[in-house]
Ligand binder design. Structure first.
Ligand SMILES: Nc1ncnc2c1ncn2[C@@H]1O[C@H](COP(=O)(O)OP(=O)(O)OP(=O)(O)O)[C@@H](O)[C@H]1O
Ligand SMILES: [Mg+2]
Length: 247
């Protein structure tokens, strides 16, 4: 089961006006893969994730999900989005709802689960991320790290097949980063398929099964973390990584 091909991105390009932001992107995701996407600001990482979640429409190319091209306009986007979840840098919690309500609403509205089942499910995922004591809190009462852990529980409660993360720790104070990365590391160990855009190189090296290095809208190099961090082949990859090594 673990080797099953879940996503196949073929010749994906995206333009905004005359700005070609993604150029002929190809890569695959198999069940259980933890793919980290690294690269400089503006290289197209968020745009790629947003295309994978249909928040942006690819200009050309295919995103094949279990054999179906979801970039096709006839695709049922809400149904697909419930299988491929997303965690954003800025949490995107509903501020007028409690922690528990945030984790229930998608399940009842989109998955049509009963209130009781949704609540049970929400509680188990909040427990998993260490946020069970805060179920009645509103997001404004939480730290950034706590908010992001709730956002992860909310995404998990939808029981996605793949979870996308766009710089989940970039908006956090440094002392909060560890608690979020720990949760993500645990999910990786449990075999959840994840695609993670991150600037946390130590995390990418330790947790990923696959690393994709992007620059200027193209994949410059990809491979295992050992290959990319240990023996990068391309000059551009070496130069990018050296900036992290020397601070
Ligand atoms: N909605 C949009 N309209 C026009 N241009 C956009 C839009 N979204 C992104 N871009 C452009 O696409 C390019 C890639 O942006 P993107 O946000 O994907 O980069 P990124 O790798 O995620 O960068 P960062 O590390 O800063 O988050 C940039 O030049 C950006 O200005
Ligand atoms: Mg980005």
């Amino acid at each position: 089961m673990k080797e099953d091909r879940i996503l196949e991105i073929r010749h994906l390009s995206k333009t905004f006006g005359t700005n070609l932001v993604l150029k002929d992107i190809d890569f695959q995701v198999n069940g259980g893969d933890v793919t980290c996407i690294i690269g400089a600001s503006g290289s197209g990482k968020s745009t790629l994730l947003r295309c994978l979640n249909l928040l942006e429409t690819p200009t050309t190319g295919e995103i094949v999900y279990h054999g179906t091209n979801i970039a096709d306009v006839k695709m049922n986007a809400p149904k697909y989005r419930s299988r491929v979840g997303m965690v954003f840098q800025s949490f995107n919690l509903f501020n007028n709802m409690t922690v528990l309500e945030n984790c229930i609403i998608g399940q009842t509205k989109v998955l049509k689960k009963s209130k009781e089942e949704a609540k049970r499910n929400a509680l188990s995922y909040l427990e998993k991320v260490g946020m069970a004591p805060y179920i009645n809190a509103k997001p404004r009462q939480l730290s950034g790290g706590q908010k992001q852990r709730v956002a992860i529980a909310r995404a998990l409660a939808m029981e996605p097949e793949v979870l996308l993360f766009d710089e989940p720790t970039s908006a956090l104070d440094p002392q909060m980063v560890g608690e979020v990365l720990e949760v993500m590391q645990r999910l990786a160990e449990e075999g959840l398929t994840m695609i993670i855009v991150t600037h946390e190189m130590a995390f990418a090296r330790d947790v990923s099964s696959h690393v994709v290095f992007m620059a200027d809208g193209v994949i410059v190099e990809e491979g295992t973390p050992k290959q990319i961090f240990g023996e990068p082949k391309k000059e551009q990859t070496k130069e990018f990584l050296s900036r992290f090594r020397h601070g």
